[in-house]
Ligand binder design. Sequence first.
Ligand SMILES: Nc1ncnc2c1ncn2[C@@H]1O[C@H](COP(=O)(O)OP(=O)(O)OP(=O)(O)O)[C@@H](O)[C@H]1O
Ligand SMILES: [Mg+2]
Length: 317
Amino acid sequence: MGTESKMQHVSETGIKTGLKTEIETEIETGIETGIETGIETGIKTEIKTGIETGIKMEIQTEIQIQDLSFSYEKHSRKKGRAEIVKTDEKESHMVLEHVSFSIQQGEKVGIIGSNGVGKSTLLKLMVGIEPVSIGKIHILGDEVTQENLARIRQEAGYVFQDSESQLFMSTIYDDVAFAPINYGLDQEEVERRTMDALERVRIAHLAKKKIYQLSGGEKKLASIATVLSMEPKILLLDEPSVALDPQNRRNLIRVLNDLSMTKVIASHDLDFIYDTCDRTVILDHGTIAADGNTKELLRNKELLERNGLELPLSFSR
Ligand SMILES: Nc1ncnc2c1ncn2[C@@H]1O[C@H](COP(=O)(O)OP(=O)(O)OP(=O)(O)O)[C@@H](O)[C@H]1O
Ligand SMILES: [Mg+2]
């Protein structure tokens, strides 16, 4: 090979090697960038999905109870946190102790347990009738505090165990119309809601009757109507079937089952819970003894008896 062709060969080899290196580098960089972008996109998508799912879960949790303890004894505030004042250790009685659970949108939850275990107290705490001092309750994302009570009570309708506490106007109509009027609805809407609520519980014919003239069962139905007229997102019912005759009881089961909102029902009437709730929480001495599928729990004779309860009548016959 002559000198000229040798030089040509060297320069061709140089160009080729240079090109190869450049192509290889380009490919490597391309792959690396591709991988990096891929990873970044993947991470971004993961994070986005995570956040979205989190938000969804947050929205779907309508009632959240976190480490709730309660005593009817006096409370004091120490370092911004409430604590129970125990004047006499023997007399101090915790009604609820470290109770935590949450209820999702549309769930129908029965709260059962023997007398004095804290069912009514738990419901009262949810709507701020008793003050939450130890632990937290969130209703539809709002913490149950004095400042949030008006909003919470607009969204969560509570029926007292004792109807006398619910009814304070002179006639049934006035009591059932009270909340819709208070929320500033126009007269036509107030009337529609009031009559609809009364018709649902089948006491429209008693609309103008004085409260003091009502029977116990009629008062119960009127109390339930006062809450239905608010068309709340959450229904909290304390012993709704007490004092109802079989026909009105059956009708109430049908009315409740036709309503799709979240429901929490405290009751000793386990047949009523069986017919209206998918999930049941058993309270025992202020703590949760069981929380699960109603059909499973209410067929568990041993579990019920251990908690001072008996099988629903329809199973024990
Ligand atoms: N206003 C109050 N002041 C002091 N103690 C109270 C008050 N209300 C209830 N208690 C006590 O708190 C405990 C829980 O009462 P709560 O009414 O929550 O029970 P419950 O499970 O609803 O019972 P029941 O099945 O009889 O309705 C009981 O020991 C009761 O005596
Ligand atoms: Mg009670």
